[in-house]
Design a protein around this ligand. Structure first.
Ligand SMILES: Nc1nc2c(c(=O)[nH]1)N[C@H]1C(S)=C(S)[C@@H](COP(=O)(O)O)O[C@H]1N2
Ligand SMILES: [Mo]
Length: 405
């Protein structure tokens, strides 16, 4: 097979107790792991993991093929999200890729010569660069459209944990494009993944792929092969993924296999059907989503419990696709009064700002914590985010309920 890809057959299963009898009969226990005999869809239907790394419930909340980081699991952690708690968003399942036969193939009308291939060693021998950047799903915070705004939206009901910040090392996409003979006439590139075709509603949409304008592709995009100083883990795109700073997660294609380079605009379901803002405040054809928005989160479980009269330090993080966070305000009284939070780290252009806020609650009861960030462009978090049908780009102030006893 050209790219040496085969679908992962061994799937670690933590939910075999929930398997139907029929599915259970198709699984045989093998050395503590469970071998799925059928295709990925069997595993998915059975609720078995399509993610390789362990997903302990204290670190993750799992939704089908996806898992979000619990914010309390970032408490006490540094600027970077450790790999063991970095969220995973898989359209299907993490594939097993043989790096020895893996190739990255570039082709299309936007190249001066025919297809050009790079092996893993080729990539590693090119000049490397290291950046700190968030990968965040466009749907991060989606569940708040429903819980705070009473709106029905389609997609994974993420809270705020579909984001992670990592240190990525790799080769600039611009370096690889130049090597491949980029034409001056190129307008779009379209990376595509080596994971299984994405089938939804009975329709096969093909490989996960999304066009990226050449301006962004040449600006600051990385083909990453390391994450937080380690080889890129299977779930995060091994052997190589794109990291598109400040843009929605879908731009950062994992398990990179091909990049089409085109002198005419490209399209895929991921920029026509998905990742468009459609709703009453948007044009009829919808608005294509690129950059991320401003958000904030407390490093606390929902319904955290605090002691009356004691001094607590509330900690959190804020981030924006526009760049650095300028300031963060916190309210503990239902949004009436706002007080500045104290930064505890440096604002990162493509990462986040960590902050803290001391709090000594005087009376027991139910409280709602709020954090509201403003970035250096002046963009801030509104009370209400305008509705879009697929619940993307929620930037509203999130209400975090806690109890004081
Ligand atoms: N090949 C491929 N790339 C992909 C995806 C995928 O399912 N397949 N999911 C995308 C989406 S929607 C997001 S939010 C990010 C998630 O990256 P992570 O799983 O490393 O956190 O990967 C993106 N790249
Ligand atoms: Mo995503």
């Amino acid at each position: 097979m050209r790219c040496g890809v085969r679908m992962r057959e061994a799937i670690y299963d933590r939910s075999s107790l929930h398997l139907s009898r029929r599915t259970a009969l198709r699984l045989s226990v093998l050395g503590g792991a469970v071998m799925a005999v059928g295709a990925t869809s069997t595993a998915q239907a059975a609720g078995a993991s399509t993610i390789v790394k362990p997903l302990p419930p204290e670190l993750f909340e799992v939704y089908g093929t996806n898992a979000e980081t619990r914010w309390e699991a970032l408490s006490g952690q540094g600027h970077l999200t450790p790999i063991d708690r970095f969220f995973v968003r898989n359209h299907t399942a993490t594939p097993a890729i043989d790096v020895n036969t893996w190739r990255l193939r570039l082709f299309g009308t936007g190249l001066r010569r025919g297809p050009v291939e790079f092996g893993y060693r080729d990539l590693r021998s090119l000049p490397s660069e290291t950046i700190t950047a968030a990968v965040e799903c466009a749907g991060n915070g989606r569940s708040f459209y429903t819980s705070q705004q009473g709106q029905q939206v389609a997609g994974t009901p993420w809270k705020l944990g579909a984001i992670g910040v990592a240190r990525w090392r790799g080769v600039r996409l611009s370096t690889v494009l130049a090597k491949a003979g980029l034409s001056r006439r190129a307008v779009d590139v379209q990376p595509s993944g080596l994971d299984a075709d994405y089938v939804t509603g009975g329709v096969n949409l093909g490989k996960v792929r999304r066009p990226l304008p050449i301006g962004k592709a040449l600006d600051d995009v990385l083909i990453a092969y390391e994450m937080n100083g380690q080889q890129l883990p299977p779930d995060h795109g091994y052997p190589a993924r794109l990291v598109v700073p400040s843009w929605i997660g879908i731009a950062s294609i994992k398990w990179l296999g091909e990049i089409e380079v085109s002198e005419t605009p490209l399209a895929s379901p991921w920029n026509t059907q998905f990742y468009r803002l459609v709703g009453p405040t948007y044009p009829a054809e919808g608005t294509v989503v690129g950059k991320q928005v401003v958000k904030s989160a407390f490093e606390l479980p929902r319904d955290a419990v605090f002691q009356t009269g004691e001094r607590h330090v509330l900690r959190g993080r804020s981030w924006s696709g526009n760049g650095r966070i300028r300031n963060v305000d916190v309210s503990v009284d239902g949004g009436h009064r706002w007080h500045p939070a104290r930064p505890t780290g440096t604002a990162d252009k493509h990462g986040w700002l960590q902050w803290e806020f001391p709090w000594r609650p005087k009376e027991p009861g139910a409280y709602t914590l709020r954090a509201r960030a403003t970035d250096f462009t002046g963009a801030t978090q509104p009370e209400v985010t305008p509705y879009n049908t697929q619940g993307y780009l929620f930037d509203g102030i999130v209400q975090h309920p806690v109890t004081v006893v």
